[in-house]
Design a protein around this ligand. Structure first.
Ligand SMILES: Cc1cc2nc3c(=O)[nH]c(=O)nc-3n(C[C@H](O)[C@H](O)[C@H](O)COP(=O)(O)OP(=O)(O)OC[C@H]3O[C@@H](n4cnc5c(N)ncnc54)[C@H](O)[C@@H]3O)c2cc1C
Length: 338
């Protein structure tokens, strides 16, 4: 965000939590407190922010609007893309054709452009869904210090909450088993359907969640390790390139990292676009696959049951919190190209 010049626009809306607090779901007992706040800012030279997706998009959009080289068109659905030797063409659903020297597919998890670049890639359904809501911070007081990220663990399910809208609201995400493979990021869910999946959690948590005015549900998908992020004059970024389970909270971050690296590769080799895009692929493939694997691993650890969950809880309590967090230096210590 700083490298893109977007940080000052986002800062007034961002939450800067002081720590991640991990709870045993059933009792609410605190298992670990992992430092954020000053600790992580001093360690990595940038703050750890939590923001509402709308605020992030608004800040990015304002930066785009201020850039005269960008023409931004809304309401255009791309249905096909075709690569030619010296240019790329896309066709819109209304039959218009757009032509350019390079095409960046940033069209999300159901990417049309992925079908051209990596036709072999398949989405795999995780059997889980994320149900999300927003609560006024005052309604979530029972969850503890509002300026923290809370993570509650139970067998097969977990709940995360964090401050957004400059602390005015608490965003809640509940990950539970759900076999409805619906392809809609804003499908409604209701508490009566969600509550039985949260039966293992402490009433301290569920009483707060029961008061939420509405829930939205997103079925969770990912792909296996990806080899191909670019072909010829076409590249993929973000979820189009690599849908990632949200158990490390890094999917959107990877989309931003991809974009900064891709811009740098194109700026370095402006007259060799296929070469620039291959360099981008080489620069990103290992990291995004490692993040995807770590997200999957986090999900398995979060959802342990029985003796394995007890062992996890003992380990979480035994390891000093800053050591727990330092294990993620490779995630948070990433730097954009100079
Ligand atoms: C429950 C949940 C929690 C998450 N939490 C976090 C988190 O804490 N931190 C984090 O970093 N990430 C998180 N993520 C991941 C993050 O939301 C995604 O990785 C991120 O949105 C990917 O951005 P993107 O721009 O690649 O795709 P998207 O945000 O999906 O944007 C794709 C865009 O392309 C448009 N589009 C699609 N098809 C077409 C077409 N054919 N023609 C034209 N336009 C098209 C769409 O309308 C959309 O505007 C979470 C995800 C989920 C599901």
């Amino acid at each position: 965000m700083t490298a893109l010049g977007v940080a000052p626009r986002l800062a007034p809306r961002a939450g800067r939590p002081t720590e991640i607090v991990i709870h045993q779901g059933a009792s609410g007992r605190i298992l670990a407190r992992m430092p954020l706040g000053d600790w992580i800012e001093e360690r990595h030279g940038a703050p750890y922010w939590v923001v509402h997706r709308r605020d992030l998009q608004a800040a990015l959009l304002a930066a785009v609007a201020a850039e005269p080289l960008i023409e931004f068109m809304t309401g255009v659905t791309i249905s096909t893309a075709t690569a030619h030797g010296d240019h790329v063409e896309v066709r819109s659903a209304t039959g218009d054709t757009l032509r350019g020297a390079v095409l960046i597919g940033a069209d999300g998890i159901r990417s049309v452009i992925r079908k051209v670049v990596a036709p072999q890639a398949r989405l795999e359904f995780s059997g889980t869904a994320a149900s999300r809501t927003l609560l006024p911070a005052s309604a979530a007081a029972a969850l503890g210090d509002p300026n923290t990220v809370g993570v509650w663990l139970a067998p097969g399910a977990h709940v995360v909450h964090y401050p957004v809208e400059a602390g005015a609201k608490i965003a809640v995400v509940a990950i539970v088993p759900d076999d409805r493979m619906i392809d809609d990021w804003a499908a409604p869910n209701d508490w009566a359907t969600l509550a039985p999946h949260l039966a293992a959690f402490s009433p301290t948590l569920t009483t707060v969640l029961a008061a939420a005015p509405e829930w939205r549900r997103w079925a969770l998908f990912e792909t296996g390790p990806l080899e191909c992020l670019a072909a010829g004059r076409i590249a993929l970024v973000g979820d189009a390139a690599h849908p990632i389970l949200p158990f490390l909270a890094q999917g959107g971050v990877m989309a931003l990292e991809d974009s900064v690296v891709l811009a740098d590769c194109l700026a370095t080799r402006p007259t060799d676009i296929p070469g620039a895009l291959k360099n981008y692929e080489t620069a990103r493939r290992h990291r995004v696959n490692a993040i995807a694997a770590a997200s999957r691993r986090n999900g398995r650890i979060f959802h342990l049951s029985g003796a394995a969950a007890m062992a996890r809880n003992i380990a979480l309590a035994a390891v000093p919190a800053s050591r727990l967090m330092a294990r993620y230096d490779w995630v948070y210590g990433w730097r954009p190209p100079a």
